[in-house]
Design a protein around this ligand. Sequence first.
Ligand SMILES: Nc1ncnc2c1ncn2[C@@H]1O[C@H](COP(=O)(O)OP(=O)(O)OP(=O)(O)O)[C@@H](O)[C@H]1O
Ligand SMILES: [Mg+2]
Length: 393
Amino acid sequence: MEKRKVRFFNTTGPCNPNDHYMLPPEERLVGAQLHRYIGDKLYWVLHAPRQTGKTTFLQSWMRQINVGDDVVACYVSVETCQGVPEAERAIPAMCDAIRRWSAQFGLPVPVVGSETPFAALNSILSNWAELLAPKSLIVLFDEVDVLQGEALISFLRQLRDGFANRGIGKFPVSIALVGMRDLKDYITATKGGIPPNPGSPFNIKEDSATLSNFRKEDIARLFAQRTEETGQQITREALEYVYDQSRGQPWIVNSLLQRATMRVLDVDSRDTVTVEHIREAREQMVLARETHLDALAYRLEDLRIRKVMESLITGEPDPLMAQGEPFRLCLDLGLVTIEKGTPGVANPIYREVIAREITYSTQLAIPAPEWRWEKPDGTLDMDALLKAFQDFW
Ligand SMILES: Nc1ncnc2c1ncn2[C@@H]1O[C@H](COP(=O)(O)OP(=O)(O)OP(=O)(O)O)[C@@H](O)[C@H]1O
Ligand SMILES: [Mg+2]
């Protein structure tokens, strides 16, 4: 008899229901009115911190929409425009991305009918809508936060120019702009900190939605899928510990459960997962510093971000800090959350990874470090760490 395929907890990119245990992505949206975006022809923003499930949601929603006959949705990532602030280079790269994604999903590939990059995006989107008529076109732009400067302004201006004329055969009826920041904040950043006024020509978005972290019961539901498939159980205490350490951050939850079930326990083991297994998984995860944790730690090379995180870790936040752009960026990235009015590092695992990173580089800056910040069991000694900070500053 053919062996039934067992899914796993995913930590590398978007989830898909054939391979991964996953929660219904659209349930996780906060503030979205999905049913209106297509019918009422609206443009909207989805913004949420890193590794929370934006792409997973977009790809799942796209599949749902495309089951019907009247509408075609296409996912387009603009990540190739990263670090390209000039519209002359970024807009053609965006047009290439549209053509590539369109081909990948088996849709007609549109052409650019404009010589100038300042109209090329508008032109390719119009042609795309024309090719797909009599169906309405929906475009889901992902990774929009990589756009910057003039490239971002030209991108928005060309969408705005098509917006008034949107419709079947003319221009995408609905567009989602997806990244870690709200549209207003991109524009503010581009204009050197000056927020756009409410009558701004870029005001085409109807709604801003976000994604929530998992609640405790979501983590239990996620593991229940494994129990159903394999019979493996997890203790209540272990689930509580996963929540406490992750505060429901989706990637961390998956990473802890994946390590516990595939590394700490043998991949074929059906032993009940206990809090000790999760603790071991946690230790491995912090030391291994997988891509997501590494990328967050890398952000500390931006000294403005580092300052915010240092002050939160040492418990000496500057009262004016919360008003600054670096603080907003830390919130957008998901490094910081505000609970009951008090900002703090988003979860104990980020806290440890960031503290280790800061301490490590601080250690390099001190001529002869005498202090130790690691306990004999390898965990972080917070008291030693705080003392190290105080001595250093
Ligand atoms: N619906 C879901 N159910 C379970 N886990 C999920 C779900 N969506 C996302 N995740 C977890 O979050 C991780 C990141 O998912 P995804 O790539 O969709 O996020 P993202 O917000 O697009 O990330 P980035 O900010 O890097 O673009 C997945 O690898 C998985 O661990
Ligand atoms: Mg993504």
